[in-house]
Design a protein around this ligand. Structure first.
Ligand code: FES
Length: 916
């Protein structure tokens, strides 16, 4: 290195050891810790001080390591989670308490949370909840809803012994089987796994919503930048230069060819050694843009003469959905009361704390991609098309996933990395920065909804119509799924005999909208559940009783004509809220009688969600085997993105096989080692993969029992000497050593597949789209500051029919996390293309925002579910936003029809109904 630019050495203590780094001037402490000192327990979520994931202690004080130049750390004492858990008694207690409370879901925020908590406990050994909220206020979590984190820290300080674990059988709470690495800093996420010396890749993206472009001299550019190894463009894509997730809608280019359709569209990639790429300024890349007119809103995209994004799509309408039964218009015309409303929702950012990250390398003639993902086999299949390679030439090895919520079902950096690894023959890594992930990855669809609902004087529904336009952005992603799902669900979980729902997904020059917890159903629920309250008001009926009166039940047809003879659990969910509903109404009345500046209200809403794909094959396969040493191994390919499938699926398998879950060794997702368990989305893993695990457990059990001719009720015991089968008074020892192992080393092996029974929908959406639905009802009490328009939820009660809770604490965690996301959607989250591309302009709920949440687990078993279980992941936020909007209306009389209900919007609505 040139002596004039050689950096000085910076020395400090890291976890008790003196270290020295030769860092570049101004280099972030977080970068030095991770890349020069190997402290990968320090996580990076934003590099802007917004998320707090990189929090470390510097001379005992919590600091965002991304904001501190490493040179400022000279002579200090730096402590990270990995060091604290070895040496600090507070950290030791937190390790235990976080696991006992399941306070870490995906785990990407956990190091920042725990480091901040250690600083608090050193200063204040027995903090209360408010003090924990203050101390951890700088760290964001997108998964947990924070309440379990607060409980974990309070209990660690108070020395509360963690609750005893259950047996691990279905229905009992145990700690996450994969939980320990999350709380010790050893979990390896997408940015933690690249080998030393890997090349670095950065993508050149459009700064414009719509533009043509031309490259300058790329060879000259490369020659002028020593250390840059390759420049990749569309010409370097060996196969199909397109990806997508729905057949017929594979429309997003890996690299745009000559024009871009949204700000963030990729046009090229630059690959080089790490130092060269750190010096490289993206603005130096030789590309010129010819800016064109863009349409950002649905109405503009539909207007005559609007630029057409894709040939062959009428007025930019990508696709639509339709469900109709009975005669909705006739029923509305004879209804005693009708109500109509227009509702508008915003783009919502997933805001997982882990940006997309990973690396790719060659293994002989195979390309191996290590990256965070929700769908490894879908990634493999996308790369087969893009690379023009057969399946056996591509291996996907997922890393731990620091949150996904739907967006990481789509491929993002995988094609870039794979092409670069093939082109260079070297390991190539990439991590999106926060702006890049927010600019280029999918969002929740904004919706414009018009809905009419009618009822008789007795409150019985009489007709419902729904028209929804969804801004699906520049490319398809999961837009067709949203368009299809919404009409199926827009009735809510009610008996509606006369119904018509129509949806359209419309292309605009916005970032693509895709999958986000609920696939459009949270948007439709805002309209339908808000209007239900307004209908109750017009009828003079209690909103809860109106819902119970009209709730679906066994043997009543859905709007698709599907009749479930069992398992319909919405009425028990609503009935479970009756005590809290009565108490909250009384509490609000008392408060409001003596307060004028603040008003309180209680609101509720219900929701349902069909688990799995809509009327499409949806299989999961589970493989399991028994080794000669008695080890039982579960090959579990369902991605655990924090929701808990690495624990739930083994619990189901262990029940079916008949052994304790802790005797099951887990092999996680890897396309070489695990069969396809489908994508982690649509609330399908517990239901679909859980059933595959049940079948695999039963099959392996049958295989063991047949070896000794034991009866089906015999007891299997695994011990170091092999397998003992106790059948009544008889006991057999199965000598595994006499069985011949297969090439995988198993003396017995099974592969079992489950595919939910569904039937196609006809042109009116009649059929059997799902084998099961899950059901939910939320209640919230809010406080509204009349002068400021600020809305503060004070507490939630959430009733969820999960059929059978496989692990009840995991259910609570999902509910709390979903409610926090629903709160964000209702009150603060609005992604504005080109403007809110970071976590300080785009706000998500913090630890101070989420109030106490009571979870009521309702168990109406489903005949198709493993041991009766139903899916849960989407249901947890569907009722939240409309419940909040209904509570605002109850408190103030103001109906909010556009979310998020920011203080300005609430204030405007308050003025309209006469609040000064
Ligand atoms: Fe906090 Fe996932 S557990 S971000």
């Amino acid at each position: 290195m040139d002596k004039r630019t050689a950096p000085d050495l910076t020395a400090f203590h890291l976890n008790g050891q003196v270290v020295e780094v030769a860092a570049m001037p101004g280099e972030r402490l977080s970068h030095s810790l991770r890349e020069r000192l190997g402290a990968r327990d320090v996580k990076i979520g934003c590099n802007a001080g917004d998320c707090g994931a990189c929090t470390v202690l510097v001379d005992g004080a919590p600091v965002c390591a991304c904001l501190m130049p490493v040179q400022q750390a000279a002579g200090t004492r730096v402590e990270t989670l990995a060091g604290l858990v070895k040496a600090d008694p507070h950290a030791t207690r937190l390790v235990d308490s976080f696991q006992a409370h399941q306070a870490a879901q995906c785990g990407i925020c956990t190091p920042g949370m725990m480091v901040s908590a250690v600083a608090l406990l050193r200063d204040r050994p027995t903090p209360d909840a408010a003090q924990v909220q203050d101390a951890l206020g700088g760290v964001l979590c997108r998964c947990t809803g924070y309440r379990k984190i607060i409980d974990a820290v309070v209990d660690a300080g108070a020395g509360v012994a963690p609750a005893a674990e259950g047996s691990g059988d279905v229905g009992t709470t145990i700690r996450r089987l994969d939980g320990l690495p999350k709380v010790t800093g050893t979990e390896a996420f997408g940015d933690d796994v690249a080998p030393a010396g890997a090349l670095v890749l950065r993508v050149i993206r459009s700064p414009h919503a719509h533009a043509g472009f031309t490259f300058g001299d790329l060879d000259a550019f490369r020659a002028a930048h020593p250390g840059i190894v390759a420049v990749l463009t569309a010409a370097d894509v060996p196969g199909l230069n397109a990806f997508g997730v729905i057949p017929g809608f594979i429309d997003q280019p890996v690299f745009a060819v000559d024009h871009v359709l949204f700000r963030g569209d990729a046009v090229a990639a630059v690959v080089g050694d790490a130092e060269a790429m750190a010096r490289f300024d993206l603005a130096d890349f030789p590309v010129t843009w010819q800016v064109r007119d863009a349409v950002m809103e649905v109405d503009a995209a539909l207007a005559p003469g609007a630029p057409q994004l894709h040939p062959g799509r009428d007025r930019n309408i990508m696709c639509g959905g339709h469900v109709a039964c009975g005669d909705a218009e006739a029923a509305l015309s004879r209804a005693d009361v009708t109500i109509e409303g227009q509702f508008t929702t915003a783009f919502v950012e997933h805001a997982y704390i882990e940006p997309e990250a990973g690396f790719a390398e060659m293994d002989g003639d195979r390309v191996v991609v290590h990256a965070c993902t929700q769908a490894p086999v879908m990634d493999q299949e996308a790369l087969m098309q893009i690379l023009g390679l057969p399946r056996d030439r591509i291996r996907i090895v997922p890393t731990a996933v620091g949150g996904g919520f739907g967006s990481k079902i789509d491929v993002s950096l995988q094609p870039f990395l794979a092409i670069a690894a093939i082109r260079t023959g070297r390991a190539v890594r990439m991590t999106y920065d926060r702006v890049e992930t927010m600019q280029s990855t999918t969002k929740r669809h904004p919706a414009q909804i018009t809905m009419r609902i009618g009822a008789g004087r007795d409150g019985r529904l009489s007709g419902m119509t729904f028209d929804g336009d969804f801004n699906t952005g520049a490319y398809a992603s999961w837009g067709p799924t949203v368009a299809n799902r919404v009409p199926v669900h827009a009735s809510g979980p009610y008996r509606v005999a006369d119904y018509r729902a129509t949806s359209r997904a419309v292309n605009t020059h916005c970032v693509p909208a895709g999958a986000f917890r609920g696939f459009g159903v949270p948007q439709s629920a805002i309209a339908q559940e808000s209007l239900f309250d307004d209908l109750a008001g017009k009828l003079g009926l209690d909103p809860l009783e109106l819902r119970i009166l009209n709730a679906l039940d066994n043997n009543l047809p859905t709007v698709c004509g599907q009749v479930f003879a069992q398992g319909v659990g919405i009425k028990p969910c609503l009935e479970a809220l009756r005590p809290a509903w009565a108490a909250a109404k009384a509490e609000c009345d008392t408060f409001n009688a003596s307060n004028t500046t603040h008003k309180r209200g209680v609101g509720l809403a219900a929701g349902w969600y069909g688990c799995g794909n809509t009327s499409m094959p949806n299989p999961s396969t589970i493989r399991a085997g028994l080794r000669a040493d008695g080890t039982v191994v579960l090959h579990q390919g369902a991605m655990d993105i924090g929701q808990g499938s690495n624990t739930v699926i083994p619990q189901i398998f262990a029940r079916a096989f008949g052994v304790p879950v802790h005797r099951v060794a887990l092999i996680g997702a890897d396309t070489d080692l695990t069969p396809d368990a489908g994508k982690t989305s649509a609330s399908r893993q517990t239901f679909v993969t859980g059933n595959a695990a049940r079948l695999a457990g039963e099959a392996l059990r049958a295989a063991v029992l047949s070896q000794v001719n034991a009866s089906p009720d015999a007891v299997i015991t695994l011990d170091p000497s092999g397998v003992t089968v106790t059948d009544g008074a008889q006991s057999f020892t199965l000598d595994l050593a006499r069985l011949t192992p297969n090439p995988a080393g198993y003396v017995l092996e099974v592969n079992e597949t489950y595919d939910p029974p569904t039937k196609p929908l006809d042109k009116n959406g009649q059929g059997e789209p799902y084998a099961q639905y899950g059901y939910a009802a939320h209640l919230v009490v809010v406080d509204v500051d009349i002068a400021l328009g600020r809305v503060r939820p004070l507490r939630f009660v959430a009733a969820h029919d999960v059929g059978q809770a496989i692990n009840p604490l995991l259910v609570e965690g999902q509910v709390q996390g979903g409610i926090a996301q629903g709160m964000g959607m209702a009150l603060m989250e609005e992604y504005i293309p080109h403007r809110t591309e970071n976590l300080h302009d785009y706000l998500i709920p913090t630890i101070g925002d989420v109030p106490p949440i009571e979870t009521l687990i309702v168990a109406v078993p489903d005949a198709h579910g493993p041991y009766g279980a139903k899916g849960l992941g989407e249901h947890v936020l569907i009722p939240t936003a409309p419940a909040i909007l209904n509570a605002i209306k109850h408190a103030t009389g103001a109906r909010i029809t556009r979310v998020p209900a920011t203080p300005a919007r609430v204030r405007a609505a308050l003025k309209e109904v006469g609040h000064a």
